[in-house]
Ligand binder design. Structure first.
Ligand code: FES
Length: 319
């Protein structure tokens, strides 16, 4: 279950005309809980709209966290409201959650960011620098004035020689640039990407034959389409022993909620990872965009809001 934190905005930087970064510190001045590079948080904005934002900050500095907020043209009050907050304002956030973890055994880490997707990769770059690991960050943007964190990326000693900005390259040139980066990679390397869906698909297409599909790590901001036409009913048993029938037209999450069981949730589209729970028995039918390919193959976790079961019964442990 989630426990929310009250924070104060302690710094606002207008990174680009559309993106601002907010540095947040806990109201009681205590450090943030430990989190891993690539983590994200729920942010309850001033209008009450809940959105997830990746953390861009250095995970080894728990005194504050940094998020980057892009003002969405179709904002329903989430990003637009966060573009109004000022230093001293208070916000409520969730505890950091991680879905895009760094591999421990990689010989090299390649970070490939498209636009605002640089945010989680920046916290990974901080962590990789602290570990003394071999990494490069390649950041694609349409124009120089659309590059967030440019001062940090160009001028901080730890990033200056690790970061390459690709500015103004049309999409048709991206695959060629990605291919030029494959020569430094081996089957032991890992590639991490965050950005528009089409951009991440291009990254995956080019790098998967080199490093293997399980070494491509993708951070989704929006849900993929889910085909529900073949849905079948199945049974879910909780580790407490309670048993529930999940009909073809209902998710595990909604059945549990209908029965008064509180499950932490946010997007309900398989994107944010809030509802991820443990699988003790049975074979999940993964429909989410948040677990990695290797986590899905491991079959030990499931997103309760969208995923279903390939076996007649799943035994689940709520986190
Ligand atoms: S609620 Fe977001 S993944 Fe399930």
């Amino acid at each position: 279950m989630s426990e929310n934190l009250l924070v104060q905005v302690v710094e606002v930087i207008e990174e680009t005309p559309m993106i601002r970064s907010l540095r947040l510190a806990k109201l009681d001045g205590t450090p943030f809980p430990t989190y891993e590079a690539g983590a994200h948080i729920d942010v309850f904005g001033p209008t009450g709209v809940l959105r997830q934002y990746s953390l861009a900050s250095d995970p080894r500095d728990p005194s504050s966290v940094v998020i980057a907020v892009k003002r969405e043209a179709e904002s329903r009050g989430g990003s637009a409201a966060l573009h109004q907050v000022a230093v001293g304002d208070h916000l409520k956030i969730g505890k950091p959650r991680n879905l895009l973890a760094l591999a421990e055994d990689a010989d090299r880490h390649l970070l490939v960011a498209g636009g605002i997707g640089v945010t989680p990769l920046l916290s990974m770059a901080h962590e990789l620098h602290s570990r003394g690991a071999g990494f490069e960050l390649h950041y694609f943007a349409r124009a120089r004035d659309e590059v967030a964190f440019i001062d940090l990326l160009e001028n901080r000693a730890e990033f200056r020689y690790r970061v390459t900005l690709h500015i103004g390259n049309p999409r048709t040139e991206h695959c060629g640039i990605f291919e030029s980066l494959t020569s430094s990679l081996t089957a032991e390397s890992h590639v991490y990407t965050c950005g528009p869906v089409g951009f991440m698909e291009q990254v995956s297409t080019v790098f998967a034959p080199v490093v293997g599909e399980s070494h491509i790590h993708i951070e989704h901001f929006t849900a993929g389409e889910i085909d529900t036409s073949g849905n079948k009913p199945f049974t879910v048993e909780l580790d407490s022993g309670e048993v529930f029938e999940i009909p073809a037209d209902q998710s595990i999450l909604s059945v549990l909620e209908d029965n008064g069981i509180e499950v932490f949730k946010s997007c309900q589209e398989g994107v944010c990872g809030s509802c991820i729970s443990g699988v003790l028995e049975g074979t999940p039918d993964h429909r989410d965009s948040c677990l990695s390919a290797s986590d899905k193959a491991g079959g030990k976790e499931i997103a309760l809001c969208v995923s279903r079961s390939l076996s007649e019964k799943l035994v689940i442990e709520l986190y």
